[in-house]
Write a protein that binds this ligand. Structure first.
Ligand code: ADP
Ligand code: MG
Ligand code: MG
Length: 244
């Protein structure tokens, strides 16, 4: 993915102010930054989740103009957005939700829907890797789930949809150590030469479990510094003011 000079406004106010970022397949990038810097605005803009106003700039992904695609088309291209507060969907079982999402992605790609048997095999395999019971798969999506279970479930969604670009927006916030392990195991399991991962985080803690290739500081709508994993430690020690 290649983001060039991205300017995005929300309700007439410019939030992203000329952001540049290049993420290659196989790489894990972490974006860190103070509250209100525009991190979630970037995540939503990339996933096409909200129609923020793009004032200027381009985003290319797999040789296409990403910004010209709607959210479903982006999902079909393999973009996954996970975020801080997973949504509860009363009345829809986890299994139905996963199968519907997977088949929607396949239809968009012009592929045949996955039959029930093949889907169940896939779901069982991924659930087992994540320590999710079949009973939990049958429950309504995230309804009554603990914080840790919601995270496990989010990692399940990610594993089933098998994205080529996973964007995780503060998915680590407020997690206890066990839930943090679930998230980092899920991310590390996805890590491979053909996949890119963008971790947005306020804290360095997650990066003790998932070592990024590149770390960036987003402040006031721009990437103001980039470095290796050591930059995350520097931020933790000195704070954003000193580093950015
Ligand atoms: P971060 O994720 O880095 O904390 P955000 O991208 O959420 O920052 O927010 C950047 C700025 O945009 C903040 O000033 C925030 O108040 C504003 N903002 C974000 N979302 C909205 C929205 N839906 N409506 C109005 N303002 C918003
Ligand atoms: Mg915020
Ligand atoms: Mg945010």
């Amino acid at each position: 993915m290649n983001i060039e000079n991205l300017h995005v406004a929300i309700q007439g106010e410019e939030i992203l102010k000329g952001l540049n970022l290049k993420i290659k397949a196989g790489e894990v990038h972490a974006i860190m930054g103070p509250n209100g810097a525009g991190k979630s605005t970037l995540a939503s803009t990339l996933a096409g989740r909200e129609s923020f106003e793009v004032l200027e700039g381009t985003v290319r992904y797999q040789d296409e103009d990403l910004l010209a695609l709607d959210a479903h088309e982006r999902a079909a291209k393999g973009i996954f957005l996970g975020f801080q507060y997973p949504t509860e969907i009363p009345g829809v079982s986890n299994l139905n939700f996963l199968r519907t999402a997977l088949n929607a992605q396949r239809r968009q790609r012009g592929e045949a829907e996955m039959d029930g048997g093949t889907f169940m095999k896939l779901a069982r395999e991924k659930a087992q890797n994540l320590g999710i019971s079949i009973e939990m798969l049958k429950r309504f999506v995230n309804v009554g789930f603990s914080g840790g279970e919601k995270k496990r479930n989010e990692m399940m969604q990610m594993a089933v949809l098998n994205p080529t670009l996973a964007i995780l927006d503060e998915t680590d916030s407020g997690l206890d150590i066990d839930a943090l392990k679930v998230v980092s195991d899920g991310i590390n399991a996805l890590r491979s030469a053909d996949k890119a991962i963008l971790l947005i985080t306020h804290y360095q803690r997650l990066l003790d479990y998932v070592t990024p290739d590149h770390v960036h500081v987003l402040a006031d709508g721009k990437i103001v510094r980039s470095g290796g994993p050591e930059l995350a430690h520097e931020l933790e020690e000195k704070g954003y003011q000193a580093v950015a």
